[in-house]
Design a protein around this ligand. Sequence first.
Ligand code: NCD
Ligand code: ZN
Length: 352
Amino acid sequence: MSKTIKLPGLIDVHVHLRAPGATQKEDFQTGTKAAIAGGYTLVLDMPNNPEPTVSPEALQQKIDLAKARVYSDVGFHFGASKESIQYFESIKDKVFGLKLYMNHTTGELLIEDEKVLEEVFLNWIKKPILVHAEGETLQKAVILAKKFGNKLHVCHVSLKEEVELIKKAREDGLKVSCEVTCHHLFLTEDDALRLGPFGQMRPPLRSKHDQQALWQGITDGTIDMVASDHAPHTKEEKLGEKVPNGVPGLETTLPLLLTAVNDGRLTMDRLIELTSTNPRKVFKIPEQENTYIEVDLEESYEIKNENLQTKCGWSPFAGMKVTGKVKKVVLRGNIAYDGQNLFGPYGQVNIT
Ligand code: NCD
Ligand code: ZN
């Protein structure tokens, strides 16, 4: 059976395409091929490269690298660090947001010093500050955003207490948006045991109780969007002594959400809001003319590592059966994917 429908191209506000500096994991070409195959027509890249994106030169280097060859459109977030505050004014028009790490994760961008945090919130105005702030740390971010009047975007919400905190902050008048990932929606700490290093990421997989709160937040509108937090690492790295945190997600997010629609856990209208309308609104992403995708709502298939475009070549969802397949991706009138083959590159670097 088949039932093909047209959807807007998906937008992912949280991906790690790894270039420059970690292209054994992913690069702009393979990462944007994965994006297109997953139904995404625009992705926003994070700054936590080995040499982080915290200066105008580092940002320009990324823009130039991406310009050479991207299959989907790409934009960037700038990294917050003590030294990068001085550049905020000069780079603000080239990025969609500022990424601030308030917990430990991949890379060296953590800020814990209260004074530096205040300087960051004081100097980054208008565009969103995307925080990696788990549990109690999120409370700190909310207080700062209230004090300085920032737009706060909470990355990868994973705990029930975080959902509640966001709801309350919004009721108190804070401009706050948030995202959730499919690994937190579809996997729990039980899967972490089964997956070993391939189920290890920040924030970690949580309890069933937390997972239910995320689905509730999806249904009642507390959660604004789904982001992949596509964070590929090679199999060798994952099997090594010091396991890096992160899992790929660009090619599995839409099929998993379509499966939820098929199961009656999500409406199609809500799926469109979570993956396209809301990311575009929150990050003020310009319209992409004549850009859309087609999905077959009834085609079932098994997620297999060998069918993935991502350079890392694995997925925590391998072996899972999904219902809903990307059949076509059209980017500015160009067929970028026909359900089997990729064409192009037709992507653009979007720096405003
Ligand atoms: C991310 C990565 O590998 O860059 N890892 C992760 O577990 N999510 C970093 C991040 O987004 O925190
Ligand atoms: Zn991330």
